[in-house]
Ligand binder design. Structure first.
Ligand code: PNS
Length: 162
């Protein structure tokens, strides 16, 4: 039995099909997976922490072995408290590499027990980003190929009240 606990951290502002694909593939490799959402105080986000975690929970349902949680502060501290040592990240394109490489090395130097594992994004999601999805929606574009239906609704709701 593989008892390894893996963490897939991110802003998920909002969750996209690209994230969901990584979550599904990571949970096949690591049957115990925490999807860890970066808290409100850390980074300016469009959706509140509660909205982001609610969307993830709605989209993922009750999948066995997948938990949605949130964290603030250093990711390595959160992982240490959870006794998790696998950090999963998705890599879309070369442009992601530099930032991801830097983060992985910093995290490794902060805690040598942590191993960052990268999953390559599927080609069809390799250009999908939460930031551009919001931009497309603001300008009236169709985002339904990139995010689940419930997220499309939440994005439109958010735009109405902004
Ligand atoms: O989805 P994102 O915004 O690319 O995810 C970035 C995230 C949440 C993984 C990163 O910002 C993070 O780990 N933040 C927590 C603070 C931290 O530990 N920073 C040091 C990383 S080197």
């Amino acid at each position: 039995m593989n008892n390894t606990l893996a963490v897939y951290p991110g802003s998920f502002d909002p969750v996209t099909f690209g994230h969901i694909d990584i979550i599904e593939r990571a949970s096949r490799l690591y049957p115990n997976l925490i999807v860890a959402v970066l808290g409100n105080s850390a980074k300016k986000s469009c959706f509140s922490l509660e909205e982001r975690t609610d969307m993830l929970r709605a989209v993922l349902g009750n999948k066995k072995g997948i938990e949605v949680d949130s964290f603030d502060g250093l990711l390595v501290t959160y992982m240490r408290n959870k006794r998790a040592n696998i950090l999963v990240r998705g890599l879309r394109a070369i442009s992601d590499f530099e930032y991801e490489f830097q983060m992985a090395l910093f995290n490794k130097s902060l805690d040598d027990n942590i191993e960052t594992v990268f999953l390559m994004s599927r080609a069809e999601y390799s250009y999908v980003s939460s930031r551009l999805i919001k931009e497309i929606a603001v300008h009236g574009g169709d985002i339904s190929s990139f995010v689940p239906h419930i997220v499309v609704e939440k994005v439109h709701e958010k735009l109405q009240f902004n």
